[in-house]
Every structure is written in structure tokens, then in C-alpha cells.
Design a binder for this molecule. Structure first.
Ligand SMILES: Nc1ncnc2c1ncn2[C@@H]1O[C@H](COP(=O)(O)OP(=O)(O)OP(=O)(O)O)[C@@H](O)[C@H]1O
Ligand SMILES: [Mg+2]
Length: 285
């Protein structure tokens, strides 16, 4: 990253509020962040903190209440709804907690789908889908339907599909939320590998500090803002405003998580009911 490089995403004074039963609920307030091409960032924060809300704005699925988002220097929400849809379709790949694969199609057909919808020839779409499935380690599963794949394999198909159009940005909202720790770690490893090999910018929301640990850049959604997970984390210089760089998380949910890790060490229950030991709980402050 150089000083002069244009951020892929530059969010300035973002506020996002919802009106619910006549009451205004402000979820994000004066949030500022710059994300540079090729960044790989994990976003954490307690339930309800606003992580998905932020990803929706970054993905242009939902407009800010106040503030600006520049994408590659362009004030992106000035576009029409149709212009935004086109932009999203070309530049952004989404992966969600629930993979949303089409059950009656094979892995290969699911990954090809964005190409077929975009009127790409079947042969070219198939070649690209095959290549992507190989890159996520699923060469031997291309003709399986989602119901014939494990949870981790399904999520890898979803990642391959999200990358079909060579997006500049991959947004993943708890892609490992339904997976055990080991499988989740495999998904994170694939995301890191794709980021390194293709340069795609990756932003991933996770609840699990041990998975966040494997990401080069880590931030928390806390009190409506993005703050460093570790105060003063210099990897965030140029990405977060100076006045928040040394802020400590106030989020009680996050603090509980940190305390639990300190007390129990890295031993935590995984979602499949088993127990797992992370190699290290270090680095969580
Ligand atoms: N469309 C909406 N209308 C009203 N309130 C909303 C809406 N979307 C989200 N909220 C509220 O905004 C807050 C943040 O929600 P969000 O889904 O961003 O949280 P989150 O950090 O992703 O939580 P989780 O970890 O549970 O997924 C929540 O209190 C939620 O109830
Ligand atoms: Mg969420």
C-alpha cells in the first residue's frame, strides 16, 4: 500500500439508522474506514453491533442514512438503483452464513450460474466454474448437488460462485457461522489463499476470535464505529482515523469473549458440540 493509492472503499462519517415502530435506532454512527485494494480484513463485534448492517452498506445493498462511501474514488450512492445493481453484479461477490446454493443443480452448475445469467457461452462458463472449484479444492466434487456435499464444501462452492465474475471485493458475512472450528479454519485459509493469489479484497465478518486471528487486519464494530481490536495496531494506520486508533473496545459482549478466552485459554466449545484447541489464543487484547 502506498500513500497515493486510491482506497477501494473509503467510508466517511457513515451513519445508519432504522426507524422501527416509530423509534429511531442508530446502529452505525460517524464510522470511518479506508480499505485498500488487496486488503484482507476480519470484522468482529457482539451480536446486534451492526456488522451485517455495515456489510450491506459496503455491498451497496443498503444506502447510508448519512455520510459517504467512495468505491475506487467514486461516490457510489450517487448512482441510480439500476446503476448500483450493475456495479454490484460486476464488482462485488457475496458469501453468507447460509450458502443459498440451488439444491437441484450441481456444484458446477451453481458456480456457472452468474455466467449463464450474464449470457456467457455455456462452454466458457463451465471452464471458469471448473477452474474456480479447483481453486477451492473441490475438483472431485463438481458434479455433486449441495445436498451431497458437507457444510464446508457447500460454503466453498458459494465462495467459488461469488468469485465467478472476478469481483474486486468479496464480502463474507459469517461464512463459517454454521461450521465447526476446524472446517471454519479451512474456509478462512481458502479466503486467504484467494486473496494472496488473485489480489481480491476480502472482508469477512466472524464471531470467532480464533478465526479472526488468522486474518492480517482485524477490527471491531463497537458503539457504532470501527475500532482496532488491539489499540494502536499499526496495520490499521491509514485505514482508521487517528483518533480511534488507540481506542479500547467498550463493547461488553466483546469483553466477555476476551475474558472467556483468558480464563479458559484457547479451549472453547465448537458448534458441533465437540471441543477444540486453537493453537494459540495470543494476540487478543
Ligand atoms: N431493517 C431493519 N430494521 C430495523 N432494525 C434493524 C434492521 N436491520 C438491522 N436492525 C437492527 O440493527 C442492529 C444491528 O443489526 P446487524 O444485523 O447489523 O447486527 P450484527 O452485528 O450483524 O449481529 P449478528 O452478530 O447477530 O449477526 C440490530 O439491533 C438490529 O435489530
Ligand atoms: Mg449479522
Amino acid at each position: 500500500m502506498t500513500e497515493r493509492e486510491t482506497p477501494l472503499i473509503d467510508i466517511q462519517h457513515l451513519e445508519k439508522s432504522f426507524v422501527h415502530r416509530g423509534q429511531q435506532l442508530t446502529v452505525l454512527k460517524d464510522l470511518n474506514v479506508r480499505i485498500y485494494p488487496g486488503d484482507m480484513m476480519a470484522i468482529m463485534g457482539s451480536s446486534g453491533a451492526g456488522k451485517s448492517t455495515l456489510l450491506q452498506v459496503m455491498g451497496t445493498l443498503d444506502a447510508p442514512t448519512e455520510g459517504k462511501m467512495y468505491f475506487g474514488g467514486e461516490d457510489i450512492f450517487l448512482r441510480s438503483a439500476a446503476g448500483l445493481a450493475r456495479f454490484r453484479n460486476q464488482q462485488i461477490g457475496f458469501v453468507f452464513q447460509f450458502h443459498h446454493l440451488l439444491p437441484e443443480f450441481t456444484a458446477l452448475e451453481n458456480v456457472m450460474m452468474p455466467g449463464l445469467i450474464g449470457r456467457m457461452s455455456r462452454r466458457r462458463a463451465e471452464e471458469r466454474a471448473q477452474e474456480l472449484l479447483e481453486s477451492v479444492g473441490l475438483k472431485a466434487r463438481v458434479h455433486h448437488q449441495p445436498g451431497e456435499l458437507s457444510g464446508g464444501e457447500q460454503q466453498r462452492v458459494a465462495i467459488a460462485r461469488a468469485l465467478f465474475k472476478k469481483p474486486r471485493l468479496l464480502l463474507a458475512d459469517e461464512p463459517t457461522g454454521n461450521l465447526d472450528l476446524k472446517t471454519g479454519a479451512g474456509i478462512h485459509a481458502i479466503l486467504r489463499d484467494l486473496n494472496e493469489k488473485t489480489g481480491v479484497t476480502v472482508i469477512v465478518v466472524t464471531h470467532d476470535p480464533r478465526l479472526a486471528e488468522t486474518m492480517p487486519i482485524r477490527v471491531l464494530v463497537d458503539q457504532g464505529q470501527l475500532i482496532p481490536q488491539k489499540p494502536g495496531d499499526e496495520r490499521l494506520a491509514g485505514r482508521l482515523p487517528e483518533d480511534v486508533m488507540n481506542r479500547r473496545p467498550q463493547d461488553p459482549g466483546h469483553q466477555r469473549l476476551v475474558d472467556a478466552l483468558r480464563e479458559e485459554g484457547p479451549k472453547l466449545e465448537t458448534k458441533d458440540g465437540g471441543e477444540d484447541r486453537a493453537s494459540s489464543g495470543a494476540g487478543i487484547s
